[in-house]
Write a protein that binds this ligand. Sequence first.
Ligand SMILES: [Zn+2]
Length: 504
Amino acid sequence: MRKVQLFDTTLRDGDQTPGVNFNIQEKVQIARQLERWGIDAIEAGFPVASPGDFEAVREIANSVEKMRVVGLARCQKKDIDRAYEALKGAKLPQIHVFIATSPVHMEYKLKMTPDEVLESIAEHVSYAKEKFELVQFSPEDATRTEPEFLRIAIQTAVDAGARIINIPDTVGYSNPNEYGAIFRKLKKEIVCDEEIIYSSHCHDDLGMATANALAAIENGASRVEGTVNGIGERAGNTALEEIALALYIRKDYYEAQTKIVLNETKKTSDLVSRLSGVAVPRNKAVVGSNAYAHESGIHQDGFLKNPNTYEIITPTLVGVSDSSLPLGKLSGRHAFKARLEKLGYTFPDEQIAKFFKSFKVLADKKREITDQDLIALIHGNQSENPEYTIGQLQLQYVSDGYQGAIATVNHGEVQVTDSAVGGGSIQAIYNTIDRIMKSHYKLTQYRIQAITGGEDAQAEVHVSIQNDDGQLMNGVGIDFDVLQASAKAYLEAVANLKAMEGNE
Ligand SMILES: [Zn+2]
C-alpha cells in the first residue's frame, strides 16, 4: 500500500469562502479536531496577511503536536520572515511559497516577465530553505501554465531546495486526464537526488476537484490538498473526506492509504459546518444527511436483506451513528465533562463550569440533551462576539399588521435599548438591532434549522450580511427560542462585520 498524505487548508483556502471568517479560538478548535481526524499537515494561515492570521498560525503551531503546521508566503522576503516568526513554536514547521506561472497571471497580475519569475523563485525558495528544513513550492495557476515553462519553474524551485511540489488547479480548469498527465510528466522530467513529494490542489468550478486529485494520485502524487466539506474560494476545494473514503473503499484499485481515522469524519464535518456557517448539502457525498437514506422501495427491500446491496459506506464507518445515551436534567457535572471529552472537547475547569451552567438551563427546557445539543451549546457559548450580547428581547405580534420589537444590546458596561417595527417579527428585531448598532447592511441569507429532531429541538439560525463594498459576514445563533436565536445570529454578524471594517 502506498501512503498518501492529506494536507488540510480549511483555515486558509477555506477561510477565503465568501462570508466565512473564523476567529482564533474557532481555528484552534478546528486544528485540534483535524489532528484527531489524522490530517498530516495543516495550512494554518497566511501570516503576513493580517495580525489576526499571524496570531492564529502561532496559536495553532503551539497547540498541535503530530500534525505538520504550514504557513503560506508569496515570493517575498517579508512573507517568509513572518511565516518563520509565526511557526517558531511548531514541532513540525513547514513553509509554502508560491508565485504564479501562467501567462495571464504573470503579465496582468504580477507584471513580471517569465525570466523575472524564475529569478524570484530561485531567490525566495533558497531564502525560505535557510529558515525551514521543509519547503513547499506552488506555481500558481499551474494548469494554465505553458508545460515547458512549468517544468523549468519547478526545476528551478527544486534546485533551490524545495522538496514538496504542489500543482494548483487554481481556477478549477483542468480535468482528470490532463491533470494526471502533468504529474506523470513532472515525475519523469524533474531531476533531483532527493525524494520529491508531489501534491495536488484542485478547485471544484467544473465539479472535478475530487476526480482530479484522485487522478494525481494515480499518476504519482503522494499528497492531496483540500478542505473539510470542500469549502473554499468560489466553488470550493477538493473535499478531503471524499478522498479519504474513496481511497479506503476502493483500496483494491488505488492501493493507497491515508492516516485518516474514518469514524471521526462526520464529527469533523459537523464542526467545520457549524463554525463556518456553510451548511453541508443533504446530497453531499460521504457526509450529507441523505447519504445513508434509502428511499425507493426496491432499494429499501434490498438494503434490509443485505446492506451491501445498496450501501458501500456504512454510517458507523464515518461516525454517523450515534448510539450514546442522551444526557438529561439529572446528569451531573462528571457525566457532562466525560461526554464532552468523548466528543473531543477538553476545556479548563472554569470553562466547564460555565458550560455546565448553560447545560442546566437547557436541560430545564429540553428533556433529552443529545451530542448535537452539546456541540451547539459549546459553540453558542464561544462564538457570540463577547463584546456585544443580546439582553432583553420583547416582541409585540399582531396578525395583519406591523410587528414591533424592543431590544437591549449589552456592550461591556453599556446597555442600549431601542425599538423598531417591521413587516415581520424577525425584520422588527433586525431593524431594532440596526438602530442600536447604527448599521445598515444588506441581509443576503437567513436560514433556520433544528439541531435535533423533536418538538423541543433547539434552533440554529444562520445569517449572511453584506456591506456596500460587497464584503460578506456570516453569523450563527443557537437558542431554544427561534427569535432569540435569530437576534443572536444577526448581532454576531453585524458586530463582526463592523470590527472587520474597523480593522481595514
Ligand atoms: Zn486554492
